[in-house]
Design a protein around this ligand. Sequence first.
Ligand code: SF4
Length: 350
Amino acid sequence: MSNDHDEGVRTGDDPTKAILSESGLNSKHLCDYVVNVATGCRHGCKFCYVPSTPNIRTRPDMLKEEANVDNGQKEWGNYVLYRDGLGGRLDKHLDRKRTWRRTRRGRGVVGVSFSTDCYMDGRAGKITRNVVQALTKHEEYTRVLTRNPILALQDLDAFKEGGEYVTIGSSIPCMDSDQVSAIETSAPAPEHRLRGLKEFNDHGVQTFVSMSPTYPTQDKDDLREHLERIAECEPAVVFHEPINPRGGNFEMTVQAARDAGENKLADALDQLRDREQWVSYATDHLRWVQEIGKELGLPVHLWPDKQLIKYVSDDEAVWLQSWRDRQSPEDFAERETPTTPVPSCPIYAN
Ligand code: SF4
């Protein structure tokens, strides 16, 4: 264990042997595999689902031994265990690997890193560079997701060399940096994320954006402005989902917004515990993003929650289910993009 890494974040080494893991993120058209460059994430987003996954819950001994972590969930954001040398091991693994999983939605893509931020700092970035190089050298499609694409620009050469095999994206839930920093306490500001993606796009590297999750404080005009800004990086796809008020971390998210003085956000989030309020907000946001995306000519892809479909009208259920069944419009990994119009929304004309 070492404590030399700044801001009180405890760091260590992750001795995990697994290199490439199959992933269920194909349901969201993201990937069939994931590679994680570290365990833990210094951004410490309050709504993050990762600390409640087995990856953290089942490894208390490793967390204690490597970074003196007593409670992996409560201390989320305050520890990182790095997987130095992962790129070299992955390279050898890919030399030997004979079969590859390619689902209709996941397209065999490898996601880097969906349980941490692969460019959260320089040490993670160094591992990520080698991972991207190993994957693209083996002509495996690689999806890099980071809230810090500006730092990723240090590896622009590796992304350019990766050519059609790599895309980089960022979660940009809202453009209001005060609200975002209230619940994504240590992550770079949304403007910073967008600037990084624009730079990648300017250099011919394909980009994507995840508006995940949009906030209940955003009205239709805010979402229009948000999508107009996102259009600046010419993303190949804009994924969108509203926030989901389920799960233990939701309480922490509301409290974090309140602690940061963002009472309007805290109140609006709090109200989502009422199911009717959540359904109304979630369906409005999904409709508006679809409608505005069409107006702006953006390749929007909605991620409606399975639970939401249970609580809407029959017409709305058909509309939302069509989105769940529909292929993503992203031109990446030899995907057959949809040729039919987007699903008809029961309230707004398409
Ligand atoms: S950047 Fe991603 S992995 Fe890291 S805390 Fe935020 S949501 Fe979780």
